[in-house]
Ligand binder design. Structure first.
Ligand code: ADP
Ligand code: MG
Length: 230
């Protein structure tokens, strides 16, 4: 190893190398992502911007391990259990209708084996951090879209993942409400020390993240700085 290779491998949460994603075959093939190369490292605050259909969601699905690349590779060098350490927030994130807000927030913890009482306490603490404590006893049908997105951020926060991937989390919200959701995600990332990747077509949302990568027609058209992509 040369002395210039300073970044330890375990600093990289996701490594995408020339990863492509094609849907369909032959004449019907749609190349959603063309050979994307990027690194997401601990502490990163990354926005992926681009118009509708440019491949933002597809790229995020590759980073999450929800889709396997058609060619190239995606790996998670620092995530011991692979993509299991990733918290996902989707646009219009669906909460489970029969569970109240605390139960929805606690669910991933309960599913991971945490005792109910402790999971509930963690969920309440996470809701307080995103200013949603007063929603605790409500059912999803009794809260607004912006509130539901804050609950989705709290659910991720409670999970304490190393990487948070949010796909247009403010997409259907007005600016003020979207700002609160982004506050919640940034709080979640700061509190848990997670890296955060947010897709958006809103420049005001992108401006609040440290690094912006633009996509057009399935291509990443902004490169990370040279020192960020070994
Ligand atoms: P964005 O999130 O930027 O709107 P997407 O990643 O959703 O873009 O889509 C990129 C391209 O891939 C679009 O042309 C879209 O129609 C196509 N696409 C996305 N998902 C699928 C799918 N499951 N099957 C076929 N085509 C898809
Ligand atoms: Mg999308």
């Amino acid at each position: 190893m040369s002395p210039h290779e300073t970044a330890p491998a375990d600093d990289v949460l996701v490594a995408c190398d020339d990863a492509a994603l094609t849907f369909g075959r032959g004449a019907n093939a749609v190349v959603a992502v063309h050979g994307a190369t990027l690194r997401v490292r601990a502490g990163d605050r990354l926005a992926v911007v681009g118009p509708s259909g440019s491949g933002k969601s597809s790229l995020l699905h590759l980073l999450a391990g929800l889709e396997r690349p058609t060619s190239g590779t995606v790996s998670w060098p620092a995530l011991h259990a692979g993509p299991g350490d990733i918290g996902l927030v989707f646009q219009g994130d669906s909460l489970i209708p029969a569970l109240d807000v605390v139960e929805n927030t606690a669910l991933p913890l309960v599913l991971a084996g945490m005792p109910d009482d402790r999971a509930r306490q963690e969920a309440i603490a996470a809701l307080a951090l995103v200013n949603a404590a007063e929603l605790a006893e409500r059912l999803p049908e009794e809260i607004s879209g912006g509130q539901a997105q804050r609950v989705a951020a709290a659910r991720v926060l409670a999970q304490a993942p190393r990487l948070i991937l949010a796909d247009e989390p403010t997409g259907r919200l007005d600016h003020t409400t979207g700002g609160h959701v982004l506050d919640a995600l940034l709080t979640a990332a700061d509190r848990t020390g997670a890296a955060l990747v947010v897709t958006t077509h809103d420049p005001a949302v992108a401006a609040r993240l440290t690094t912006r990568l633009a996509m057009r027609d399935g291509r990443l058209i902004t490169r990370q700085r040279a020192e960020e992509t070994p």
